[in-house]
Design a protein around this ligand. Structure first.
Ligand code: 5AD
Ligand code: FES
Length: 366
């Protein structure tokens, strides 16, 4: 009888090739596609491999980054997003600098998260100097907290100014690597401009996070593979990906996720992302909870290593609905902090201490 390797061995071999590129050439689209089609025992092997690569490169401890959604004003009109300017549904809010500071103080006092992530719509109604001043004050008052900003495309000199104020990191997803799909979904921005912002951030020495949505209408499995390869090419410090969730208050509301019939694809994408980016911080994003019961817990077992609880003051949370089914709308920051500890305890994963900077370069000394 001819020797035929078990299917799971083939997946294991491909997975090994991708996570240790020094053993061969860098992965290409064709290398990723079989993994993105894995099923049955192959799929189990893929998840196990992703979890092992995560453990080897990132360890067991889970960095906690608390998100403060400090304004839902946005001037843009991304076709999928609940914050788009023309959506009348959310009540628009803007936290005062003193309120943002109070939230950061609370996060530092709770002692669970090592990072505060300040996220808002693009053009949220603060001047560049307003935000620099908020960053400076948080850095002065709570120097142990790393600070991440996420407010969209900005000129390089603005990023530089925020970095000089104490910003450690920036999050800006490229959303999709397909230029025509990007153009269709973003009336206010091109993929080239978005990628230039990411290059600017990297060149400034800001720890840079990016990522994409999984299953945008019009996405193919080839585009998904290219999204993963683009993350690898940029060598991002952090990569956040999550399922696209149709929002009925947006023009795309009636268009289902491209993988609605195959939700395993969300986790395949995550596992392959980990194999192709062994030492990136990869969060278990909230959108996983929106499409799958305990989705974030599963994500932590299939490649993700970071958890990002919501620390937005609870009355405001219902108005930061990028998509329906976003978790933790009725909880407050204390609930989420407790919930995270319980979730991680159940998974046997300790909370990481300190800011948990990029694994790709020495921590900043600020
Ligand atoms: N479904 C899933 N994710 C979404 N985002 C925005 N709208 C949606 C949606 N309908 C994601 C985008 C953005 C991040 C803040 O939220 O990827 O970068
Ligand atoms: Fe918010 Fe679980 S993380 S309630």
């Amino acid at each position: 009888m001819r020797f035929a390797p078990a299917a799971a061995d083939v997946v294991g071999f491909l997975a090994m090739e991708i996570s240790f590129p020094q053993h061969g050439k860098p992965p290409e689209r064709a290398d990723l596609l079989p993994l993105l089609r894995a099923a049955g025992a192959d799929l189990d092997a893929l998840y196990a491999r992703a979890d092992a690569v995560r453990r080897a490169h990132c360890g067991e401890a889970v960095p906690i980054r608390a998100i403060v959604e400090f304004s839902n004003y946005c001037a843009n009109g991304c076709l999928y997003c609940g914050l788009r300017a023309s959506n009348a549904a959310p009540h628009r809010y803007r936290m005062a600098p003193a309120e943002i500071l109070a939230a950061a103080r609370q996060i530092a006092a709770a002692g669970i998260a090592g990072t505060v992530v300040l996220q808002a719509g693009e053009t949220p109604g603060y001047s560049d100097e307003d935000l620099a001043s908020v960053v400076r004050r948080i850095k002065t008052e709570t120097p142990a907290l790393a600070i991440t900003l996420s407010v969209g495309n900005r000129p390089r000199d603005v990023y530089a100014r925020w970095r000089d104020a104490g910003m450690d990191r920036y999050l800006l997803r490229f959303e999709t690597s397909a230029p025509d799909l990007f153009a269709r979904l973003h009336p206010d921005c091109t993929l080239a401009a978005r990628l230039q912002c990411l290059r600017d951030l990297k060149s400034l020495g800001v720890q840079t996070g990016s990522g994409f949505m999984i299953g945008l209408p019009g996405e193919t499995i080839e585009i998904l593979a290219d999204n993963i390869l683009l993350c690898r090419e940029f060598d991002f410090d952090m990569i956040g990906i999550g399922p696209y969730v149709p929002n009925p208050d947006t023009p795309l509301g009636d268009q289902p996720n491209a993988y609605a019939a195959d939700p395993d694809m969300f986790f395949r994408a995550l596992a392959v992302l980990r194999l192709a980016n062994p030492d990136a911080h990869i969060p278990a994003t909230t959108a996983f909870d929106a499409v799958f019961p305990n989705g974030r817990d599963l994500a932590l077992q299939r490649g993700a290593n970071v958890f990002m609880p919501n620390a937005t003051p609870s009355p405001l949370r219902k108005d930061y609905q990028l998509y329906p089914g976003k978790p933790c709308i009725d909880e407050d920051a204390t609930d989420c902090a407790r919930c995270v500890q319980a979730r991680l305890h159940a998974l046997g994963r300790p909370v990481a201490q300190g800011p948990a900077h990029s694994l790709k370069r020495p921590p900043t000394t600020r």
